[in-house]
Design a protein around this ligand. Structure first.
Ligand code: ARG
Length: 752
């Protein structure tokens, strides 16, 4: 049953599970005749991060089929009884009919005819009365077979622990199953049973991990009867399709089933170990259900030898795992920067995404994108990684299937012949999950990508601030298109480079990747600047939608959960938003005659901050100049710097494109009577998208007093029919961010 538990969970108060926690009332102490040998495979014998099991290693593992296919796992506990998870059989609170299910025993590979396996119909499915959903516990089920299983080398029962049985924190146990090998990545043919070694986590150790916000910023409260196994760093885990399968631990030469695969948050994520139903507390319930059936399951007593567990951490010293990817000593010194050298072409820059894989633009390897070339063609390819004495050799090139026609998928993965040891360098960059939402205002940097040309100045040191999704999407998307809400992959990521604004320049180089930082960890957020010339903001193709492809190919790229959750005001805008009409250069329906060279617009003011010309202001009254907040308050600074304003020397036209060297150009429109009206100020980083002045009228008139506003009736005069192209429409459009409209009023310092 595909239960992808990434939804907000209802945290319930702890409620005791009847009959589950007291020792068995039926036969707690006296030794019963061990008529059934359990937990011993014939001497010889996905799970995420596991490997193929050997046939016969886990003879109690069964596959539960419904509609002809594998749905869940289970374990044979007696000839006529299989233990599994309740959630496999309950949909919308209703137990599915037993007749729909069959049990496949003694199966190893589920491809083709199930050789050596035999199938049993299910006579009854039993689920505890108090089961109401996986995250509320009691996720256990018993299946009574229509006829007993044929025991043999490949089919044997596992031992069950008594209620008093203790499994120590740190014990190495094994989970098995035919489930997905990664999130949304099914086990490939020939569907061989997977096994993975997992360490038991004591309640405190597990609760410590789950108390830290994980995927979707969620925390989780474990309930009695749940048990965790896995690793704080993740990467090895059970996954969808493994549910109902056993977690077994070897004690005194026998395998005991400690847990039943129940749920998790994603698979193999950091600080999110798998959650299992603890079997021991269900001794009484199990005995009650199988009463009278001969032979029943075996509950051997725990051998008295001390359990070799680790001391269980307490709440105070609980250790969580930190990201293993995305740490850089300083911006620009990227430990994942990989330089791919192909004979006869310029070096191509990419990023190390795991021990063995480098991600790079497919366009670096023309002619190799569509054809499957023999690996020896890669013999003289080399990859240079930071701090590695020698170049690495390349084993495989896997281009993205859409690489040749979709710029957003211009990606290829290169496998190194030998994995590198990850340390401070080389170290992989973190990749975002598809649902990652890079917050507006995130700090981002550029990194070389593909055939990067040398940048004017230290291009890789350019710091950028991510713009809100609304502006970015609406600038590049279509009018009326709805804006993807946070959690859905965006179509573009727009960073605004402060340095460009300051220098008034435009980096017209398209080969860069965009790295964004969250809590000190760098994510590869976007690739390849769109060919946008000097259109601002620049847009990058988001990488997040490619996460599943990258993990599918690499089996272990470092996909990392979102680390920053301070959504700010934008996060609250949950209603669907649509894009307003686009403004274009010369919008407003009136395309004024091109201004004569040398003609000055008398209201334009040059704003200089700390001695540098930064943007254009507008003289709105004799003592007041209006300028965009973002051109006055620089990145990272909270104080207002030294500002000078020059009048009578700026600008040669009313339109943005005539201000090639300034940022935040104003948008001026002419009325029928011929007066020019300030309609909008370009949004941060943009020359095409304007924030309307209209909504700020009250604030401006209250502050300035003498500013002249057109009467509301003045607007239609210069709007074209329908007014479709005009900024006043944008002001009315839902989601038009007022934040971009915060304007600073400057008292005039110098009159020139
Ligand atoms: N509920 C899943 C299933 O039905 C099992 C998920 C286990 N997930 C995990 N991360 N351990 O197969």
């Amino acid at each position: 049953m595909s239960q992808h538990l990434l939804l907000p969970l209802v945290i319930l108060a702890i409620s005791p599970i009847p009959g589950a926690f007291q020792d068995s009332a039926l036969s707690p102490t006296q030794e019963e005749p061990e008529d059934l040998d359990c937990g011993r495979p014939e001497p010889s014998a996905r799970i995420m991060g596991g490997s193929d099991a050997q046939p016969g290693t886990w003879p109690w593992q069964v596959s539960l089929h419904q509609g002809g296919g594998h749905i869940c796992g289970g374990s044979l506990i007696a000839p006529s009884w299989v233990l599994s998870a309740a959630h496999c059989f309950v949909t919308n609170g209703t137990l599915e009919p037993a007749a729909e299910w069959s049990v496949v025993l003694g199966v190893h590979s589920q491809d083709g005819p199930l050789e050596g396996a035999h199938v049993r119909a299910v006579a009854a499915i039993l689920v505890p009365d108090n089961y109401s959903g996986v995250e509320r516990g009691a996720d256990v089920a018993l299946l009574r077979l229509a006829s007993p299983a044929r025991l043999g080398p490949a089919v044997r029962p596992v031992c069950l622990p008594r209620a008093s049985h203790r499994f120590a924190h740190g014990t190495a146990c094994w989970a098995t199953g035919w489930g997905d090998i990664q999130e949304d990545d099914p086990l490939p043919l020939p569907w061989v049973l997977q096994e993975v070694e997992l360490r038991l986590l004591g309640e405190a150790a597990c609760q410590c991990l789950y108390s830290r916000p994980g995927p979707f910023n969620l925390t989780f409260q474990l309930l009695p009867g749940m048990l965790c196994a896995g690793y704080p760093e993740g990467r090895r885990d059970t996954c969808q399709g493994d549910s109902g399968g056993p977690l077994v631990c070897k004690e005194g030469g026998r395998w005991f089933q400690a847990g039943i695969t129940s749920f998790g948050f994603g698979c193999g994520r950091r600080n999110r170990p798998g959650v299992f139903t603890a079997v021991a507390p269900y001794e009484a319930w199990i005995r009650e259900q199988v009463l009278g059936s001969e032979p029943g399951p075996a509950f051997p007593t725990q051998s008295p030898e001390p359990q070799s567990g680790l001391p269980e951490p307490t709440d105070e010293n609980c250790t969580i795992a930190l990201p293993e990817c995305g740490k850089a000593p300083r911006p620009g010194a990227w430990p994942w920067e990989a330089q791919v050298m192909v004979p006869g072409s310029r070096p191509c820059y990419g990023a190390l995404v795991s021990e063995s894989w480098v991600l790079a633009p497919a366009s670096c390897f023309p002619g190799r994108i569509s054809s499957d070339l023999p690996p020896r063609d890669l013999d003289d390819w080399r990859v240079m990684l930071p701090s590695r004495p020698r170049a690495e050799r390349v084993a495989r090139l896997v281009p993205h299937e859409n690489a040749s026609w979709d710029d957003a998928s211009n990606l290829a993965l290169l496998q190194l012949r030998a994995p590198v040891n990850l340390s401070t360098a080389p170290r992989p960059v973190c990749l975002p999950h598809p649902e990652h939402y890079f917050l507006p205002g995130s700090r981002c940097r550029l990194a070389r990508w593909g055939h990067t040309e040398p940048a004017p100045g230290a291009g890789s040191l350019l710091e950028a601030e991510l713009l809100g999704a609304w502006w970015c999407h609406c600038l590049y998307g279509r009018q009326g298109e709805s804006v993807p809400p946070p959690g859905e992959p965006p179509q573009a990521l727009c960073p605004a480079y402060q340095e460009e604004e300051v220098a008034g320049r435009c980096w017209n180089y398209s080969h860069w990747s965009l790295l964004c930082r969250e809590e000190g960890t760098w994510f590869l957020a976007g690739i390849r600047d769109l060919p946008s010339d000097c259109l601002r903001p620049r847009a990058f193709y988001p990488l997040q939608s490619h996460g599943p492809w990258i993990s599918h190919v690499t089996r272990g790229a470092y996909l990392e959960d979102q680390l920053a959750w301070d959504w700010g005001p934008e996060g609250e805008e949950t209603e669907t938003q649509t894009c307003p009409p686009h403004t274009e250069h010369g919008a407003c329906g009136l395309r004024p005659e091109p201004a004569l060279m040398g003609v000055l617009w008398p209201w334009l003011a040059e704003v200089h901050v700390a001695g540098e010309r930064v943007c254009t202001g507008i003289l709105v009254a004799p003592g007041w100049v209006l300028a965009a907040t973002h051109c006055i308050l620089r990145l990272g600074s909270t104080t207002v710097p030294y500002i000078e304003v020059y009048l009578g020397r700026a600008g040669a036209g009313p339109l943005p494109q005539s201000h090639q060297v300034t940022s935040a150009p104003p948008l001026l429109c002419q009325t029928e009577e011929g007066s020019w009206v300030l309609v909008g100020m370009a949004v941060r980083g943009s020359r095409e998208l304007f924030a309307a002045i209209g909504p700020e009228e009250t604030w401006i008139s209250q502050t300035v007093g003498e500013a002249h506003f057109l009467p509301p009736s003045g607007f239609p005069h210069w709007l074209p029919e329908g007014g479709d192209l005009c900024p006043p429409d944008m002001a009315r459009a839902s989601g038009s961010p007022r934040a971009a409209l915060f304007l600073l009023l400057l008292t005039l310092l110098i009159q020139g």
